[in-house]
Design a protein around this ligand. Structure first.
Ligand SMILES: *Cc1c(COP(=O)(O)O)cnc(C)c1O
Length: 437
């Protein structure tokens, strides 16, 4: 197997950057999330570099829901990326890590009064407005805090269907996010925001979906944006200076996935937009992108210890590991597939097809179907699942009262824990037994 993304094989062991995966498993225990700092920084630089080349005033906002903790905030900020947060908890984490407020934008389709207050009081860069109720809610908060000209963008729902899993399509008509363009509600919202000095309407936003391998949907989005912006200008003279294209850039999970170069998304967007702006005599806006998966996905590897191998003749072979849907729910949620490498037998032929199962009490608790492993895979082998850097740690739960694994950062000549493993005491630390029991 050809390994990339900072992975290699030495003396039969899998290496992640300069770290021996088997030694990491031994030292920190399993399950273990391993993140390669070198690869995260490389991806940040690919996007930031493309932005500097094609649209220097543009912003790259890391979608923190993909992988969020204080160390990641530090890495993103040090690479010149801002962050997209979608909850008070994410906002609090970013501010606690020292990310400047003017590098933060707040998303979400149901922001609470408390979250809006936190955003306004901290003077974050932008709030991306999702719906009419939210306009009222922000106005209430702003009046109470005696604030005007809150910088906002509105989230549009243009009706674009990207070729990706249904659960991660976010711009088609039947979807909970944003204002519908076709029905006129998006224009109504924009006009309302422009005529109320509580708000400063700075831009428009759309996030098409996730794990998108094509460039074309982003060019289509340019057309929706310029058409909308041009109509708004015709209606009230308001010119928008920012177009925010969301994230969704695809990454490699299994053989056959062919991701684009990250810089190509920026190139296509800016080139298409420049042509359209000329056609419409519209001033070229700055662009924003909000990559999540494409920054951290391929930087992550999860290490498990194999507990046993169960062969059901004529049906399938299950390899059970000491993790499961509590550390990676993506297979259970979306049927996602992953590539496996047996970390202590990494130089052997991986030609046995197995299903990697977790230890939770659900038949659907699988890590992946159809993984290739060495024929002699057995108890106590260390199984590495690749491309688990995005939407694994952040989607983890305590199902079956399993503790959330530790996250260790490797690469760039350093190794260190960035999230401690949950202990049994952590698991009961929020439990209360009231007097009446
Ligand atoms: C999830 C999300 C992103 C990031 O998506 P990726 O596929 O991880 O790049 C960006 N913007 C918004 C609004 C999102 O909801």
């Amino acid at each position: 197997m050809e390994l990339k993304n900072g992975l290699s094989v030495k003396n039969g062991h899998l290496y992640i950057a300069d770290a021996d995966a088997c030694a990491l498993a031994q030292k920190y225990g399993t399950p273990l999330y391993v993140m390669n700092q070198e690869h995260i920084r490389k991806r940040c630089r690919e996007l930031r570099g493309a932005m500097d080349k094609y649209c220097p005033e543009g912003r790259v906002m890391f979608a923190s829901k993909a992988f969020m903790n204080k160390a990641m905030c530090r890495i993103a900020a040090s690479e010149g990326l801002g962050m997209d947060v979608v909850s008070g908890g994410e906002l609090y984490t970013a501010l606690s890590a020292g990310v400047p407020a003017d590098m933060l934008e707040l998303h979400g389709n149901n922001k609470t009064v408390e979250e809006i207050e936190m955003a306004v009081k901290n003077n974050i860069y932008r709030i991306i407005i999702d719906n009419f109720d939210e306009i009222d809610r922000i106005k209430e908060v702003a009046q109470r805090l005696h604030r005007t000209r809150i910088p906002v963008e509105i989230r549009l729902r243009p009706g674009i269907e990207a070729h990706t899993h249904e659960a991660v399509q976010t711009a088609n008509l039947d979807c909970k996010f944003g204002f519908n363009i076709a029905s006129g509600e998006a224009m109504e919202a924009a006009l309302r925001l422009c005529s109320d000095d509580t708000f400063e309407l700075c831009g428009i936003h759309c996030h098409i979906g996730s794990q998108i391998f094509e460039l074309a949907p982003f060019a289509v989005l340019c057309e929706h944006f310029i058409t909308f912006a041009d109509r708004l200008r015709a209606a009230n003279g308001c010119v928008l200076h920012d177009f925010n294209f969301g994230g969704g850039f695809g990454v490699w999970y299994t053989q056959g996935d062919a991701p684009q170069e990250l810089g190509d998304y920026i190139r296509i967007i800016t080139q298409t937009l420049r042509e359209l702006c000329q056609k419409h005599s519209y001033p070229m806006p700055a662009i924003t992108v909000e990559p999540g998966r494409s920054i951290v996905g391929e930087a992550g590897v999860t290490l498990y210890t194999v507990g046993g191998v169960k062969d059901i003749p004529g049906v399938r072979t299950y390899v059970s590991v000491d993790g499961g849907m509590f550390d990676n729910p993506r297979c259970a949620l979306y049927g996602s597939k992953y590539t496996a490498v047996c970390a202590n037998k990494a130089d052997r032929e991986h030609d046995r097809v197995v299903t990697v199962a977790g230890k939770c009490c659900e038949s659907g608790d699988l890590i992946t179907k159809d993984a290739l492993v060495p024929a002699d895979i057995s108890t106590n082998d260390i199984l590495a699942i690749l491309t688990t850097g995005a939407y694994n740690y952040t989607m983890a739960s305590n199902y079956n009262r399993n503790g959330i694994p530790a996250v260790v950062l490797v690469g760039c000549g350093h190794e260190g824990i960035i999230v401690r493993r949950q202990t049994y005491d952590d698991l009961i630390s929020h439990d209360e037994i009231p007097d009446f029991l």
